[in-house]
Design a protein around this ligand. Structure first.
Ligand SMILES: CC(C)(COP(=O)(O)OP(=O)(O)OC[C@H]1O[C@@H](n2cnc3c(N)ncnc32)[C@H](O)[C@@H]1OP(=O)(O)O)[C@@H](O)C(=O)NCCC(=O)NCCS
Length: 179
């Protein structure tokens, strides 16, 4: 972790490498997701216009080994709809992923810390994050920061398991807390 640097994401320079890493990380349990050609790149491009955006990467010896994003919750309508509609000026912590070769070295922790710092700088005092009920690493990371589960969402998604696509139910948890 000592040589890993957290820095701002640059779409034109980092886009392709970060998209490749994103695909690999979300092809894993519990997500098993496959994305269409150009889908991640389009998602990154759209995100660039989001209010309050913080998009960060973790870099080691010139290689991107992790990434994260966060922005104003008003840009994430489907999560906003699950919460109290009165809620405003809330920071939504979106993506978080670390290369399987660099796990358990505190990179996700460092990215989350940097995202919290950014949110505080922008004057946010409340944060929201969504993950799968099966992604205990993330749930634990936020419990430790005092976040609690404020809503759940039952979803059915297409997952690529053992080479075949399957419609699998999952429960997403939405956690809220203070910075
Ligand atoms: C979840 C993920 C980002 C964690 O990245 P990471 O850099 O390995 O995490 P860190 O090293 O910062 O560890 C954070 C905490 O989680 C714990 N942790 C990490 N991986 C773990 C594992 N496989 N099993 C148990 N605990 C684990 C760490 O021990 C650490 O707690 P500690 O401070 O008590 O030691 C990474 O596994 C990943 O990219 N997964 C696939 C994508 C994904 O699910 N992203 C989350 C979407 S909501």
């Amino acid at each position: 972790m000592s040589s890993v640097k957290i820095r701002e994401f640059n779409l034109s320079i980092d886009g392709p490498e970060t998209a490749k890493l994103y695909r690999a990380c979300f092809y894993e349990n519990p997500w098993y997701e496959k994305f269409a050609e150009g889908e991640i790149e389009a998602m990154f491009t759209e995100m660039m216009s989001y209010r309050g955006l913080s998009c960060l990467v973790a870099e080691n010896a010139g290689q991107i080994v992790g990434g994260t994003a966060g922005f104003d919750l008003s840009c994430k309508k489907d999560v906003l709809d699950l919460l109290d509609q009165e809620i405003s000026h809330v920071f939504y912590m979106a993506e978080l992923f670390v290369s399987s070769n660099y796990r358990r070295a505190g990179i996700a922790e460092a990215l989350v810390r940097a995202r919290f710092d950014w949110a505080r700088i922008l004057g946010y005092s409340i944060g929201v994050v969504r993950t799968s009920i099966q992604q205990s690493i993330i749930i634990e990371m936020y419990y430790r920061r005092g976040f609690t589960v404020v809503a759940t969402q039952d979803v059915v998604s297409d997952k690529w398991i053992a080479g075949t696509i399957q419609r699998v139910p999952d429960t997403r948890v939405i956690m809220k807390g203070k910075f």
